[in-house]
Design a protein around this ligand. Sequence first.
Ligand code: GLN
Length: 383
Amino acid sequence: MPNLSNKLDWFTESIIRKMTRVANDCGAINLSQGFPDWEPPLEITEALKEAAIHGPHQYEITWGSNEFRQKLAEKQRKYMGIDINPDENIVVTCGSTEAMMVAMMSVCDKGDKVIVFSPFYENYGADAILCGAEPIYIPLIPPKFNFDKEALKKAFEEKPKALILCNPSNPVGKVFTREELLYISDLAKKYDTFVITDEVYEHIVYKPYKHTYMASLPGMKERTISCSSLSKTYSITGWRLGYVIADKKIIDNCKKVHDFLTVGAAAPLQKAACAGLSLGEEYYDNLINIYDRKKQLFLDGLDAAKLKYFEPQGAYYVLVDISEFGEKNDYKFCQWLANEIGVAAVPGSSFFKEDVSNYIRFHFAKKDETLIEAVNRLKKLKK
Ligand code: GLN
C-alpha cells in the first residue's frame, strides 16, 4: 500500500468529539462537546417544515442563497457596525469550521506563519497544518488569560500572514477588551497581517463585558476575515451553517476555495434559517439572559462542589482546575470522571500548546435539570 498523507501525523482526532463518544458509551452527562440540549426557536423549525415541502431542494448559489445573504448582511451590519454588501462580502459555509478553513486557505501559502493564542479551539492547529502554515503560539496567561504584549510584538516581527482570534474565546470564555484588540490591530496594520476571527459566541457575552468586532476597529475592515456561524446563536449546531465576512478581494478567493471544498451549505437549511436571521433584538437579549442564568446555576454548583474554576466572560465553557486531585493525566481524569462520576468533560491539555494537564473543560449549554444533576454528581468528587 502506498504511504498515506503524512500531514495527518501532526494532529489527532478531535478530542471534543471523542469525549462525546465516551459520554455516550458510559451513559455520562455530556458536558464535553458544547451544544444545547433544547429546541431551536419555533420560527426556525416551522420554516424548516415549510422548506421540507416547498423546497428548495437543489443546489443554491455556491456562496449562499440570495435571501440568506441579504438577511445576514442586514443583521450583521447592525451588530458589527460595518457596511456589508451581500453579493461581495459574504460566503455562506458549512459551519464556522469550514469558514475558518476557507479563510486560512484563502490567505495562506505553504510556509506562512500564523499567530494562534493558546489555549485555542482545537481546529486552528489542524487548519494551519492542512494549508501548510506554521502556527506561532502566544500564551493567554491564567488567571486573567491576558497576553504578554512584548511576546505578541515579537511574534509579529516574524511577519506572520495572519493572526487567529477566537473572541469570545473557547475554552476560557475570555472576551478581549477593546484596548487589547486595538493593540493587536495596530500590530496587524504595522506588519501587514490578516486577522481571522472566530466569533461564534458573539451573542453570548456576560455583563459587564462587551463584544467588540475586530472588523469594526479603525483600518481593520480591509484585513479582517470575520468567521462565525448560526450554530450557537440559534441552537442549530447540527445544521452546519456558518459564514465568512470580508472585503471583496478576500471574499473572491474564499468563494473559490469554498466552491471546491463543499459546493455549498444545505439549501433547505439556509431557507429555514432565514427565519432566525429575521428575529428582532429581543431574541438576542433573551438568549444572553438564558445563558447568564445557566452560567450562574452551574458556577454556584461548582462552588457547592468546592471546585476551583475561572469564571467565563463570554461563551458557555468553564475551565476547572483539577490540581488538587493529584492526577497528572487529564485524559485519564476525564475518562474516570465519565465512568465513575457520570459527567463528561474535555481534557484541558487538548486546548493548550503549553504543557499543562491540570484543567478540564465543562460546558453549560444544557437544560437546568441536566446541569443540576451534573452538579449533584460532581459533589461526590470531594467525598
Ligand atoms: N464548539 C463546540 C465545542 O467546543 C463543538 C465543537 C466540536 O464538535 N469540535 O465543544
